[in-house]
Design a protein around this ligand. Structure first.
Ligand code: SF4
Ligand code: SF4
Length: 440
């Protein structure tokens, strides 16, 4: 039978595995303590232990296991806070009331912080004390990263993306794949223009799995006749530093995009259909960069909705039938992007059939926060997403749309796993397929 330490090591990258247990424990304590600031202290101290956040979390709802109560997922963070930084810390230490964590506890916490949380923010929305539980989980991940405890899939992708700009090692670089997609779909790919009003980025998931979405982005931008460009040295929108929990790596990864947008004097940086990429760039990049970004960050859904508002774009009606739309958590809960996709759907002649829980309170797809990349999280992820699939089925929709390629990938994976009959489709692809040639 494998020991907790052996199981933990199997789920770590070699660099992380090389860290000795004592060092790891000290690192975890240090990392958690470093993350405790005034805001997180206030959040941790404000919890009244009502347990309401459990009812918001699809991992708890699916399993009814109390360990999946959102606020309990940050227990290690809380323990270190109480022992090291709370008002009563000297008393806790003197009386030995808060002990150091153990390797077995760290393994459990790795599971709770990375495999059973999508950072979806549903728990933050429901907490009567206004505690942003998802933000605490994000901070706790940073402590785990410092202790060398990020799951290997996220660690390795983040390390590679920081080093090369690509989270995946591929025989053909993404730049070449991008150009090949242009040839495949007969669309011109604007690349490395020295100056452009708009810098485009691409999702690694789209490049790998949904090339039509990449071509659709280029097609829509060409239709709008906006001077735009992709940049070879700042292509990929996702930020695996964010998923893994490293602020330093996240900053370096964002910095690539920021530098390229500045180099081409872009006024707008467009994030493709990807939710977490938007969150990392829209809300956190400026703080990590250390200054306001000299350009706007817009999700492609917002950009297309703006073009409709400004009369720059007209769409033909789509024969979509009854349609359901999945709002990506990072767009709807973190950014309030709820009207933009619905405006686009109306312009396509679609009236979406909403799910039981929809718009701000919809359920996560189950793959966000890097969970879809973690192999050993799959079993629990499938369990957690069953409720979501049921809600989609209940709409009786013929067409099922979303505006995040990782959500799409998660639903496509569910399609294979459950033999589910729905096929998730990209809203942007639908837009590109229904561009009205006459622009007023
Ligand atoms: S809902 Fe808020 S106050 Fe209640 S247990 Fe969860 S975090 Fe604490
Ligand atoms: S952020 Fe989402 S997945 Fe994570 S604990 Fe909260 S409700 Fe659950």
């Amino acid at each position: 039978m494998s020991t907790p330490a052996a199981e933990l090591h199997a789920n770590l990258a070699p660099e992380e595995s090389a860290i000795a247990s004592g060092e790891r424990l000290a690192g975890a304590m240090r990392g958690f303590a470093r993350e405790v600031g005034a805001l997180s202290a206030l959040r941790l101290e404000s919890c009244i232990h009502c347990g309401i956040c459990a009812e918001a979390c699809h991992f708890y709802i699916a399993t009814e296991d109390p360990k999946y109560t959102p606020i309990l997922k940050v227990e290690p963070f809380k323990q270190v806070f109480k022992r090291e930084a709370s008002a009563f810390a000297p008393i806790y230490r003197w009386l030995g009331l808060k002990r150091d964590v153990t390797v077995a506890e760290l393994e459990e916490w790795q599971h709770l912080l990375y495999e059973s949380c999508n950072l979806c923010g549903r728990c933050s929305l429901i907490c009567p004390m206004g505690i942003d539980v998802a933000a605490l989980i994000e901070q706790a991940r940073r402590g785990m990263f410092e202790a060398g405890l990020a799951p290997k899939e996220l660690y390795e992708k983040a390390a590679r993306q920081k080093r090369t700009g690509q989270p995946e090692e591929t025989t053909e670089p993404y730049r070449e794949k991008l150009l090949a997609i242009g040839r495949q779909f007969g669309v011109s790919i604007p690349l490395d223009a020295p100056q452009a009003d708009v810098m485009l980025t691409v999702s690694r998931t789209d490049i790998e799995q949904y090339p039509k979405a990449v071509a659709s982005l280029a097609r829509v931008m060409a239709h709008l006749k906006v001077p735009c460009t992709f940049r070879s040295d700042g292509l990929i929108a996702e930020n695996y530093g964010y998923y893994a929990g490293s602020r330093d790596w996240q900053r370096d990864i964002s910095r690539r995009l920021i530098d390229q947008a500045i180099a081409c004097q872009a006024k707008v940086l467009i994030v493709p259909e990807c939710g977490h990429a938007y969150s990392a760039l829209r809300w956190q990049a400026a703080e990590l960069y250390g200054a306001p970004l000299p350009f706007k960050v817009r999700h492609i859904t917002e950009y297309v909705a703006d073009a409709l508002d400004e009369g720059k774009l007209e769409l033909r009606a789509a024969d979509a039938g009854a349609t359901a739309f999945h709002d990506p958590c990072m767009l709807v809960r973190k950014a309030g992007v709820m009207e933009a996709p619905r405006k686009i759907m109306r312009a396509l002649g679609i009236l979406p059939t909403e799910m039981t829980h929809h718009i701000g309170f919809d359920y996560c797809c189950g793959g966000g926060g890097g969970v879809v990349d973690i192999e050993r999280a799959a079993k629990l992820r499938y369990r957690a997403m069953e409720n979501k699939l049921r809600e989609i089925d209940d709409t009786m929709a013929r067409t099922f749309l979303t505006s995040c390629s990782d959500c799409r990938r998660t639903f496509d994976d569910a399609k294979r796993h459950f033999d589910w009959e729905k096929t998730p489709q990209s809203l942007l692809e639908l837009v590109a397929d229904h561009l009205q040639e006459q622009i007023r």
